[in-house]
Design a protein. Structure first.
Length: 168
């Protein structure tokens, strides 16, 4: 194996793990959402106790209990297609199995994939900015910071490969 072949193999493995980490982050959303609901309870109780009242937090977020997990499960496949598609190398350069990417990669679907990644970056930034930092755990902050980094990596991967394709 040549040096360039080894480096392209390492690059492809890195891209595959980057795509997999996005799917993993997608499924971790449930745990982080429940952590944020706990932060909301702590914030509510802190306000009530500051007023000298007892904390009686009886909010049961039924929509969050049913619809958030359902949404995560139903949208897992389309997001997996996006995650693997945005990081997938061109079809003729693939050595690993990119079954979720299918026949797509960021260069063939340009500019859709980078635009979706930019929208995801904006969404992650807004979500992180809306966390009540005084009551949120470090898990929530790290989770949204990881999403911001993942989407930034997706943008960089998709645009850099578009530039490589134009050079050919």
């Amino acid at each position: 194996m040549t040096t360039q072949g080894a480096s392209s193999r390492i690059g492809e493995v890195t891209r595959w793990w980057a795509a997999f980490s996005g799917v993993l982050l997608w499924f971790l959303y449930l745990a982080v959402q429940f952590d944020l609901m706990d932060a909301e309870e702590r914030r509510y109780c802190a306000r009530r106790e500051a007023l000298g009242e007892l904390c009686n937090y009886d909010h049961l977020p039924m929509l969050e209990f049913f619809f958030v997990p359902a949404f995560v499960l139903l949208a897992a496949y389309p997001f997996s297609r996006f995650a693997y598609g945005v990081f997938a190398p061109p079809i003729d350069a693939r050595r690993l199995r990119w079954s979720f990417a299918g026949a797509t990669d960021a260069t063939t679907t340009y500019p859709v994939m980078p635009i979706l990644a930019v929208l995801g970056l904006g969404w992650s930034t807004v979500r992180m900015a809306s966390i009540p930092f005084a009551f949120a755990s470090w898990v929530s902050v790290l989770y949204w910071a990881a999403w911001i980094c993942w989407f930034a990596g997706a943008i960089a991967a998709s645009w850099s490969r578009r530039a490589e394709r134009q050079d050919r």
